[in-house]
Every structure is written in structure tokens, then in C-alpha cells.
Design a protein around this ligand. Sequence first.
Ligand code: ADP
Ligand code: MG
Length: 244
Amino acid sequence: MALPPPSSSAPLFELSGIEREFTLGQTLIRALRGIDLTIGRGEFVAIWGPSGSGKSTLLNLLGLIDAPTRGRITFDGENVLALSDNALSDRRNHKVGYVFQSFNLVPVLTALENVMLPLQIQGVPSAQAQQRARTWLGKVGLSAFEGFRPDRLSGGQRQRVAIARALAGEPQLLIADEPTANLDSRTSHEVIDLIEQLNRETGVTCIFTTHDPRLLGRVPRQLRLEDGLISEDRYQDTAREVHA
Ligand code: ADP
Ligand code: MG
């Protein structure tokens, strides 16, 4: 049933034998129980499954914000577990963009300033950061809202700002943990469609989690997690041409 990955270039991720355990008091929680996974550059991947199945735990490993208890992770040709803390934070700043379910925008900053922020942290000069942030706000359809603070934007608009912010630094990877959890069904579809479109246009690898199988319609690769294991890794021929 599974087709080969779309690209034969060196993969972005290779995970083998990944386990992640947590201890809660006397209890050992095996959140991931042996994950082997390869993700190619430019893929658009959904990690889906029930609550507690390990989706966020896996995404945190892919986003370089957590380390496994056992196993090996290669990201962009580097052994992640051998990187120093400084190197890891450099990779996070330059290679990964993050989107969260609660948007995490800075409330006192405008939409434009929110998108500029990570660019400035990267050391991009202000004028250039502003220009790039404008371009990205345009790509997510929010040019008219650049001077608005988050409290004047709808949930869907806030998430669009967050997506622009995550991608403005032109990372290799976009990580989104339940990006639609706080959105209604129609807005959820719009946000996933937007991520799909940006994946197609820019080639950035996108990985998001969801517990809602209704959002998988246009997602070419679907990894199903159950109880800390991948129970299904499915490629589907999506209706991507519809957008072309
Ligand atoms: P999902 O995102 O699919 O809902 P999670 O990855 O958040 O699942 O959690 C998987 C399992 O690991 C759950 O049983 C959860 O309670 C546990 N878990 C996740 N993070 C922690 C943590 N920091 N400490 C203890 N247990 C955790
Ligand atoms: Mg989760």
C-alpha cells in the first residue's frame, strides 16, 4: 500500500530505535516504544492518533526540543544526540520554525513585529527583517492586518501570523503541534490548506500533529501513532493538483 517517499535525495530525518520514557513518581511512562522513521526533504507529514499516543513527544524530538531515552536521530546529516547545547540552539534558531496550538504571539507586538521577532533574534537588520516579515504576512493573506495586535485578530488570523513568523527565517523544517486545536472546523481546514500550500511553494518540510482524522484529506503522508508506536505509515495520492 505504501508508495516510496517522493524524493530520493538524502533524507532530512532518520530515526532508529527511538524510545522516550518519563518517570512520574514511581511510574515509568513509555511514551515512545521504538520508532524507526525516515522523513525526506520537502515532505508534508501528519502525525495523528488519539490523545496520549505520543504525538507531542515525537514532535518535540523532531523539533530538537527534547532528547530520546534511547535511539538515534539524524537531522540534516547531523547526529542530533552528539550536538552541544549551543549547536542545538543554533539549529533550532536557523533550521526549525515552530507553530503551537495556542499561537504564542507576543501580545504587545503588532502582527508585523511578531513576524520580525525571530528574524531579529537571528541578527537580520531591522529594515530587512521588516521587509521579509511584510512578504510573509502577504503570503499568509494578512497584509492588511500588519499593524494589528493579536487581541484584534481572530484565532485563524493569529495562527496565520504564527505560521508567517515560523517560516520567515526560511527554516528547513516547520513543526506544528496541534495547530488547529483551538480553531473551529472550517478554520482548521483553512490553516492546514495554508500549510500545505506553503509546503508546496517553498519546499519546506512540514510536520504537524492532530487527533482529528478529518484534517488528513490533503496530507500526502500520514503517520498514525498508537500507544507509543507507529501503527500505520501511509502515503496517499492527494488532491494536490487541485491547487496547482
Ligand atoms: P499526545 O500528544 O499524543 O496526546 P504525548 O506525547 O503528550 O501524547 O504523551 C504521551 C504519553 O507520555 C502520555 O501518557 C503522557 O501522559 C506522557 N507524557 C508526556 N510528556 C510527559 C512528561 N513531561 N512527564 C510525564 N509524562 C509525560
Ligand atoms: Mg499532544
